[in-house]
Every structure is written in structure tokens, then in C-alpha cells.
Design a binder for this molecule. Sequence first.
Ligand SMILES: *Cc1c(COP(=O)(O)O)cnc(C)c1O
Length: 219
Amino acid sequence: MIAQNLELIKLKITENTSLIAVSKTKPIESITEAYEAGQRIFGENKAQEMSAKHQALPNDIEWHMIGHLQSNKVKYIAPFVALIHSVDSLDLLKEINKQALKNNRIIPILLQFHIAEEESKFGLSLEESEVILSSADFSAMKNIEVCGVMGMATFSDRPEQIRKEFQNLKSIFSTIKNHFFMENLNFKEISMGMSGDFQIAIEEGSTMVRVGSSIFGGR
Ligand SMILES: *Cc1c(COP(=O)(O)O)cnc(C)c1O
């Protein structure tokens, strides 16, 4: 079932879009099934759960943190995490930089933006991100690499609303790219799109879709 679901999704995404298989709450057996079908990138939203799965599963898996991350949990994933999608404060950036330094590595991150109508979702505004990126604190961080932006659209049955929010994230990406990362080829990722809206996200320029329930079933 999982292998077939993966095949179906891959037919719907373009070649330059990465598929993050969101395996949060799912057991090792389900991840192994996806792994055996060729999937190598998995997304989790809890640091300890991700760390346990990392230890139990093959080493060539790329683990992406997609959920809200508390600073005191960064240490659990710093040795191995491939990309943190959900960075939305300077304090969190500082802690990631500190833990990356301890592990003698550079940790790639995305800045998470609030693009949805809903109040409850995490994320920065464009203005907040510009304050962070202009700060001396940010310039001093040598062990993080900002690779792009991430956002979640409103949970909605109005495709035009979702499309508008993804267009907004794309425009935030372009603004930040022009102001801060013009010469940096690694600033290129737009992580947007989940099971319910990844096709709209791809039409609007997503480079990474984060798909869970359409691969592994409901949670
Ligand atoms: C759970 C989650 C997803 C995947 O959601 P599905 O609707 O199951 O595809 C994507 N992104 C984030 C940030 C999530 O927390």
C-alpha cells in the first residue's frame, strides 16, 4: 500500500520537487516499507521521536525536522538532522548554531513563515525575518546555512485561498533572496504543500512537498 501510494504521488510531482515523506507517529515498519520502495527523505515533528527512528533505521536516510522545535530539544537532532524546516526565531537559530558547532557541522535550515489565515500556526512575518537576517547576531553564526523558506497554507476547501497563500510565500522567498542571498546558490528551497494541497503548491513553485497521510494513511 505504502509503495503504491508513493508511486502515485511521484507521478504527480515534478522532477525538481523533493518529496519529504512525513512519517510522524508512524512505526518503524511503515518507514521501512517506504524505504524499501526507494524513499530516502523522511519528515518528523518531534525531536526525540526522530532521534529514536534515526538510530533504528538505515544511515542513508535524510531526516527533516518539520514541526515546531523547542530550543532545549535541538541537541537531540543536531548530530544528524539534514534540514530543519521550522525555524521561526532568533533564539532558536542561536541554539541550532551552538549545537551545530558542538557537532562540528553546518546545519541547513529554512525560515518558517506565517502565511495562513489561522491564528494558531507558527511562523515569522517578512518584517521579523528581515530583522533577524540584518542582525549582528545572525552574521556571527557560522554553523547554520539558510536554504530557503517554509510555510503551511490555511486548512481550507477553498483552493484559491490556498493558492494565494502559496503565492505569498513565493514572493517572500524572492524578496529575501534579493535582499540577503543574491549570491548564495544554496538559498533555493520553498517548502510548501501537504497531502491536501501539494499539487497547488507545485504549480506555485514549491521545491519540497511534505506529504504524510497520502503515503502512510491517516494518523
Ligand atoms: C503533519 C505535517 C505535514 C504532513 O501532513 P499531511 O496532511 O499528513 O500530508 C506537513 N507539514 C507539516 C509541518 C506537518 O506537521
